[in-house]
Design a protein around this ligand. Structure first.
Ligand code: DGY
Length: 427
């Protein structure tokens, strides 16, 4: 069994190898650019051994924020023909090209955590002063562009925005996304990773159809939400946004920015109330809402469990801990990204079953804050067992611990550093 010190050392080695100076790639080959939520979560790992580098990671991301406030999901810092769809497909036309959609806004949460534990206080305050209005502009953009009717919760308009690309949650809504006229293209992801761990070709056609559709609308965010045939309110995605709003309010208080603090608290409070409409008593968890039909999506995935991260009422977190315990009876490692007893569960295929350390980290954080420390500790222990068995993989089979997708993965390594260091701090 590896010592804590050895594990942290190995994890830092992974992060250093994927470090490109001012940003990190998630992994070599499969993902050769900067990804939005990967960066913000990876910054947490850096913050334990190189605070200055950690702040740079988030600042690089925000250097590519759009004028309307959106922070794109990929920044194409260098050309790399080994990835599809690259900048030419997105056609967003910046000097350093970006995609035209966003990703889960973890930056507000990461910035508060890094600020609170920073040893170099002056450095942290300088960076946070610069980041605060930018992160707030991104949050405002979400509520303006992705919640045009003011429900308190935002919709995603492309599965890639959630990060949970091929979740079972999207299957029914995806039926409305056409594939005609997409043209032919060559996937690159399946040249780097086992195709049985990745989304299907049929799903890829729909991903690309949506990109082409939004591009044809000039990436105008005043139009995209209503023009998208795919509009899903994901409780997990919203949980991240609402937690980041609440955390940004704390940062704003610390810096004397009363207006940002008040607006951020109002976003968080309204959203937490609205999440209640996504609770499913039969499933004992939250569900996604298909905004185009107005119906809850009957798919028991990890999106509805990640809601623990939002700061929901303690009794809901207690119910989620019970739900996770039930899932644990059907698999060896928590938390599977889809219920193992559901017919669509696939233990190897990306977000249709595998365990992801970043999601485990956020769920355990939320459970711990709500007094569910026993389940939080169990989830973190499972993360470490997975690393012992299969190294720093992108994700893991919850039945066998097989490592899946890319390897030497930055955010997996960052989460190990984060979990082990917080255990040391608590001891
Ligand atoms: C991919 O390329 O697999 C990504 O998930 C899109 O962000």
């Amino acid at each position: 069994m590896a010592t804590t010190h050895d594990m942290i050392d190995r994890a830092q080695g992974v992060m250093r190898r994927n470090d490109r100076g001012h940003y990190t790639v998630p992994t070599h080959g499969l993902y050769p650019f900067q990804w939005n939520w990967d960066s913000a979560l990876s910054a947490l790992g850096f913050s334990h051994f190189d605070e200055a580098r950690a702040w740079i990671e988030i600042e690089t991301l925000f250097a590519h924020q759009w004028d309307d406030g959106m922070v794109p999901h990929i920044i194409f810092h260098e050309r790399d023909e080994g990835y599809y769809p690259g900048p030419d497909v997105w056609g967003t036309k910046f000097a350093v090209p970006t995609t035209g959609i966003t990703q889960p806004p973890v930056a507000g949460f990461a910035a508060l955590r890094m600020f609170e534990r920073a040893k170099d206080r002056a450095l942290a305050e300088n960076h946070v002063r610069a980041l605060l209005p930018r992160i707030h502009a991104w949050h405002r953009w979400f509520f303006d562009s992705r919640d045009p009717r003011g429900t308190g919760l935002v919709a995603v308009i492309h599965p890639w925005e959630t990060g949970r690309d091929n979740s079972v949650d999207w299957d029914a809504a995806f039926e409305r996304v056409p594939t005609e006229g997409v043209g032919t293209f060559t996937r690159r992801d399946t040249q780097h990773a086992n195709p049985s761990h990745r989304p299907t070709d049929e799903q890829y056609k729909r991903y690309i159809w949506l990109v082409q559709h939004f591009r044809s609308l000039g990436w105008d965010n005043t139009k995209l939400h209503d023009a998208s045939p795919f509009q899903v309110v994901d409780p997990g995605f919203n949980a991240i946004l609402l937690r980041s709003c609440a955390d940004l309010a704390e940062l704003a208080d610390a810096l004397g920015e009363a207006e940002i603090a008040a607006q951020s608290r109002a976003f968080a409070a309204k959203g937490i109330d609205a999440l209640e409409t996504l609770w499913s008593t039969p499933h004992g968890q939250y569900l996604c809402l298909d905004r185009t039909t107005g119906q809850l999506i009957d798919s028991p995935s990890i999106g509805g469990i990640l809601t623990a991260f939002a700061g929901i009422p303690a009794q809901r977190c207690a119910a989620l801990a019970t739900r996770i315990d039930t899932l644990g009876k059907a698999c060896e490692y928590l938390v599977p990204s889809h219920d193992p007893t559901h017919p669509a569960f696939d233990s190897l295929r990306y977000w249709r079953g595998p365990v992801w350390l970043i999601v485990n980290y956020m769920i355990s954080d939320g459970l711990e804050r709500a007094g569910q420390g026993v389940m939080a500790d169990r989830i973190k222990a499972d993360c470490l067992r997975l690393i012992e068995r299969s190294g720093f993989a992108e994700y893991y089979d919850p039945l066998t611990a097989e490592g899946c997708g890319g390897d030497a993965f930055t955010w997996t390594a960052a989460m190990v550093i984060e979990i082990l260091n917080s255990q040391k701090m608590a001891a």
